[in-house]
Design a protein around this ligand. Structure first.
Ligand code: NAP
Length: 311
């Protein structure tokens, strides 16, 4: 009997994903049907994005798993009709590599003070001493797939890196802390702080007036995680006082960022339009199909979402 796979992401994504998915599925040797439209009661797997038209999973009576094309699951994890195993996207060659590039690029921009020479309309020859080495402590909030890869990349460049997670961890090249005390210690030591936490009730407003005040004066904030991790008005106050020297933000509470949001016009804020990293169809398709192969072989699925933790 064939394995029936419904592609239920935004309609525009089918053209990008169909061939990579078929290539990966053909390599498994499975007898399969892959389509954007199948009778609900025939579907075994749904390849999913939370902005899909599928929001009620009740009609999918023989569903074995839902495989998310996104790393973030906050828009689907609370869906009461999604009761089968739910895996999120981990795509080392695509999503993770892209995030490492965005994070190291923006961290180095601030570390090296690149703007002084890139934006120099008066053609000033003002040789400020460059930093002697990468001896600038970095804190990564969230030590999952992305935070770990970014922290290790910065550590290899020579930055002292502290990472903070919910549970205790041990990662080569990173000083690992957890819990409320761990957050305070991480922030006190972070001249650059990078947010790579998921959006859950426990992580919202992780950076607020109280925690921003713990940072060394003149710290830099990078947020490629999720908008609700930061209290926007507390960050604007910290930028105005110089407590935070610059914030580079990729994600926002409302996206697209409203045209009248003060982040757009603040001289110490860089806005990037949620482009820090994206799944890349060839490697993302292989990641999704590997889980279908595992499920059909009776092996445990990779990267299952913990519904209680919310990520
Ligand atoms: P992940 O592997 O699930 O890692 C999440 C990390 O956050 C884990 O280390 C986890 O701790 C930690 N964490 C969760 N709740 C916490 C809490 N209450 N206190 C302290 N630490 C907590 O996720 P990922 O793949 O690295 O992705 C991280 C986030 O990046 C995604 O959720 C998504 O929002 C965002 N993202 C953004 C883009 C973009 O383009 N801007 C692209 C992809 C992803 P434990 O290790 O103890 O579980």
């Amino acid at each position: 009997m064939s394995v029936n796979i419904l592609f239920a992401a935004h309609a525009t994504r089918w053209a990008d994903y169909e061939t990579p998915l078929r290539n990966a599925l053909n390599d498994t040797g499975l007898d399969y049907r892959l389509a954007t439209d199948l009778p609900a009661d025939s579907v075994d797997y749904i390849i999913y994005a939370p902005n899909s038209e599928v929001q009620d999973f009740t009609p999918f009576t023989r569903l074995k798993a839902v495989l998310n094309l996104w790393a973030g699951v906050e828009d689907a994890v609370g869906n009461p009709t999604l009761t089968v195993p739910f895996a999120r996207m981990v795509d080392d060659a695509g999503l993770t590599q892209g995030m490492v590039e965005w994070v190291t690029g923006h961290a180095l921009r601030h570390h090296l003070g690149m703007d002084a020479h890139i934006v120099n309309p008066d053609h000033q020859w003002s040789a400020k001493a460059p930093p002697v080495s990468a001896d600038r402590p970095v804190g990564i909030l969230g030590l999952g797939e992305l935070g770990t890869a970014c922290g290790q990349a910065l550590s290899r460049l020579g930055f002292p890196v502290t990472g903070w997670s919910r549970t205790a961890k041990s990662v080569d090249g990173i000083t690992c802390l957890h819990g409320a005390d761990g957050l305070r210690e991480t922030l006190r030591n972070s001249q650059i702080v990078i947010l790579l936490l998921p959006d859950t009730p426990a992580t919202q407003n992780t950076l607020n007036a109280e925690t921003l005040a713990l940072l060394p004066h003149g710290a830099f904030v990078l947020n490629p995680g999720r908008g609700p991790l930061i209290d926007d008005s507390a960050l604007l106050d910290a930028l105005d006082s110089g407590q935070v020297a610059h914030a580079t933000l990729d994600v926002f509470r409302t996206e697209p960022l409203p045209r009248d949001h003060p982040f757009w016009s603040h001289p110490s804020v860089t806005v990037t339009p949620h482009i820090a990293s994206q799944t890349r169809p060839p490697s993302a398709a292989r990641a999704v199909v590997e889980n279908i192969r595992r499920s059909e072989a009776g092996e445990p699925l990779l990267h299952l979402v913990d519904r209680d933790a919310g990520y």
